[in-house]
Each structure stands twice: as C-alpha cells, then as structure tokens.
Design a protein around this ligand. Structure first.
Ligand code: HAM
Length: 424
C-alpha cells in the first residue's frame, strides 16, 4: 500500500524540521499578537462555493467533496480563510470588545491538483487573518509578518509583489473593460474562459491554458481603473511598507486565484536559484465584504497563507540548515535483572524531573546498548550493573568529554540535571 498521490508521510528526521518551523511561526505570531484558531478540516461545501467563489479553479476542479452518511455535501477545506470567517460570524466574535480580531492557523488543506514539486494534494498552510480593520497600516502589518515568516528562518532570496484590485466600484469598471477586451477573442479562448468571461472575467487572467494568448499581455490592468479612494488606499499601504523599509515591487497583472479579494493583493516569491518551477511561496490580500457574504455585519478583513512544504523547499534551495537537535540527553545502560528494575525506576524519575532519557527494551548486550546510545547521540550514558547496584551507585559517562563519574543513585537526578544545565 502506498500513500495517495500528492500526499506524503513526514517521518522522524524530517518531522523535527516541521516542528521547528511551526514553533518559529507561532512565536512570530505572538510578537504580532495573532492568536490561534482551529477550525474543522471539513466544512459544508456551500461555504467554499460562496467564500472562495464558484468560478474559481479551486471550487470547480480541485475540491475533495463527498456526501456523508446523512446525505450532506461536505468538503475537505482547500484553504483557511472561509472557515475562519465562518467561525468569526458563527461565534459573533465581531461583538467582542477587542478589535480587530487577529488570528492564525496551521493545518492541512486539500486540493485536487496535478502534483509536482511544491504542489501537493494535501499540504500544510500557516495563515493569518485580521478582521475588523480597514486601516492600510494593517495591510502592511500582514505583509510584514508574511515576510518575517521567512526572514526569521534565515531566508533572503525573497520578493514581495503587490497590487491593488480596488474596491467594488473600481472592479466593476475593470470588469467591463475586460469583457470588451476579450470578447473579440472569445472563440479562441478555452471553454472555461468563455464561461468565465460572462461570469467573472478577472478569472480569465489567471487561466493556466490561455496564459500564452496574445490578448493576455494587452489585457487592461485593474490598476488603471482604480477610483480615487482605492488609489489613495494603495498609496497609503505602500507608504507604510516604505516606513518599515520593506522592499516590494508592484505587478499590475497580479491577480489571485480566489474570488474574495479587493484592494491589496500580494504574493511572496522565491528568487533562489534552483527553487523549481513554482516560485510563489505565499499569497494573500484584503477581502472586505466576505464577512457580510457569510451573514455577518460589514467587517473588513485581510490575511495571507503560506505552505510549510514550499517554505522548507526554499530553505533547501538557499542551503539553510535549521538548528534542530535530534540527540537526547541520557541513555540508560543496565545489566542484570535487578539493575534493569532499578533502571526502569530511575528512568521514570529522571523523566519526571525533566531529563530526556531512554533505555534498551530489547534485552541487548552491553556493547549494543552503548551503540544505541551513540545512535541516539546521547550526551550522557548511565551504566548500572550488579556491582554498581550493590554499591548504590551508577557510572555516568559524558560522551562529549569521555569523563566518568560514580554517582550515588540517590543523587543521580540532581547530578544529571546540574550537568545538563552546564554545571561542573
Ligand atoms: P492561495 O494563494 O490559494 O491563498 O494559497 C496560499 C499558499 O498556499 C500558496 O502561496 C502556497 O504557498 C500554498 N499552496 C497552495 N496550494 C498548494 C499546494 N497544492 N501545494 C502546496 N502548497 C500550496 C489562500 O489559500 C488564501 N486563503 C490566502 C489568504 C488568507 N488570503 C487572505 N487570507
């Protein structure tokens, strides 16, 4: 049996890297005051149809949708924003005194995509959402946190690409311009785009099939249709990025693959050599109106998400080794039945005292037990044989210096705790 296509097992040796990255991201969220939210892995299908948009590739082609035994249509979440907004409305979080509501999440998402490096069918997203503020400074904060997610881990080859999609009035003007532009080429576009042109012409711009069509290059940019308010908003967002000295480039052709965006849209790309074909590390933007679409009061929102898989790929491409410690503190080597029993007791005591310790469970000879200690990169090996037991002592060997010490069993916990804390 093999894991399904587009999924992967994360085994020990790699899982430590995941833990390291996830802890770093959680720490970062603490600094920016974003708090964790956990939502279900599956939701009512309608949530994503309404939230993500039913003309998007995600909803049309990529969802894992199934009927449960009660005949409900459920979908494995393809992204986190719709669920967060649903939860925000369901629990009336908008009514809480502390606003904006700043949330983060980490968890698996599911999209039926063609798997390749950096594109999985199950992938892990870390994302943040800030709900309840239409201050352009929070757009800049979200982008600052997004960039810091990579920078804190040592990544350097990053490019922040931003655009504005404008407010609904600007988008309406742009929509009309797009229809006018693409309509003469209607027959040359793929079937999906012909439908998109009527339903949601902005989606034509991120079609994978029609990417090379000459009309794509000359398509009107939303930036040229921004009304004064939207222009001013975008200027302010940029000025806050400038104030933080966060470099960015404006790409007026940047459109995102989800329908809920307006105003700020952004992506972070990797510039690293050998990163592979997919260079987008993360993306996000503003989604004023989504909370209302989900039945809540008028509430602006902005957020972003990255996948841990692509973050780890970027670390590899830049040759960054995470300082993960796979070794353990102590290994207990015991010989003889009595010593074995005492070793079980002491191992338990050490663990309760906070010391990381393991022992043999295969009845191995002393030499093999030492080999296990080596494999586990134990800092100290505790040896307890019949003689030591009689003397009420254990032999503690530092694997780093080779230094050995007889330590009374009663003092063992204190002795090792002190040694591991760097004491003499
Ligand atoms: P998205 O651009 O669809 O946006 O996904 C965000 C990130 O998730 C991508 O940049 C990429 O790192 C990762 N990702 C997406 N699909 C895959 C895949 N198949 N395999 C590996 N990684 C993948 C969203 O999902 C929005 N909810 C982001 C957002 C939050 N906007 C506002 N708030």
């Amino acid at each position: 049996m093999k894991a399904p296509r587009g999924t992967q097992d994360i085994l020990p040796g790699t899982s430590e890297k995941w833990q390291y990255v996830e802890s770093a991201l959680i720490e970062l969220c603490k600094k920016y005051n974003y708090r964790e939210i956990r939502t279900p892995v599956f939701e009512h299908t309608e949530l994503f149809q309404r939230g993500v948009g039913d003309t998007t590739d995600i909803v049309q082609k990529e969802m894992y949708t199934f009927e449960d035994r009660g005949g409900r249509s459920l979908t494995l979440r393809p992204e986190g924003t719709a669920s967060v907004v649903r939860s925000f409305v369901e629990h009336k979080v908008f009514g809480q005194p502390m606003q904006p509501t700043k949330l983060f999440y980490i968890g698996p998402m599911f999209r039926y995509e063609r798997p390749q490096q950096g594109r999985m069918r199950q992938f892990y997203q870390f994302g943040i959402e800030a709900l309840g503020s239409a201050d352009p400074a929070i757009d800049a904060e979200v982008m600052a946190l997004a960039m810091a997610s990579y920078q804190e881990l040592g990544l350097k080859s990053l490019k922040l690409v931003i655009n504005s999609l404008g407010d609904s009035e600007s988008r309406k003007q742009h929509r009309e311009a797009l229809i006018k532009h693409f309509d003469p080429h209607r027959e040359e576009l793929c079937e999906d785009c012909q439908v998109r042109l009527d339903k949601n012409p902005l989606r034509v711009l991120d079609c994978k099939k029609d990417r090379e069509h000459p009309a794509m290059k000359t398509a009107p940019s939303v930036l040229d249709y921004l009304n004064e308010e939207s222009k001013e908003y975008f200027e302010q967002v940029k000025s806050y990025l400038d104030a933080m000295e966060i470099p960015y480039v404006v790409d007026k052709n940047l459109v995102r693959g989800l329908d809920y965006y307006n105003h700020t849209a952004f992506e972070i790309m990797s510039d690293a050599e050998g990163f592979g074909a997919i260079t987008t590390l993360s993306g996000g933007g503003r989604y004023n109106g989504l909370v209302e679409d989900m039945g809540g009061p008028e509430t602006p929102g902005i957020g972003f998400a990255l996948s841990i898989e692509r973050l780890l790929m970027a670390l590899e491409a830049e040759g960054i080794e995470l300082p993960v410690n796979e070794g353990i503190d102590c290994y207990f080597v015991a010989l003889g039945d009595q010593a074995e029993k005492e070793a079980v007791r002491l191992t338990y005591q050490l663990r309760k005292a906070g010391v990381q310790v393991d022992k043999d469970y295969l009845g191995r000879k002393i030499k093999s037990q030492f080999k296990s200690a080596d494999r586990l990169e134990a800092k100290y090996v505790i040896v307890l044989g019949e003689n030591e037991l009689e003397a009420g002592q254990a032999n503690v060997k530092s694997m780093e210096t080779g230094e050995q010490q007889e330590v009374s069993l009663a003092d063992l916990v204190t002795y090792l705790k002190n040694k591991l804390a760097g004491g003499k």
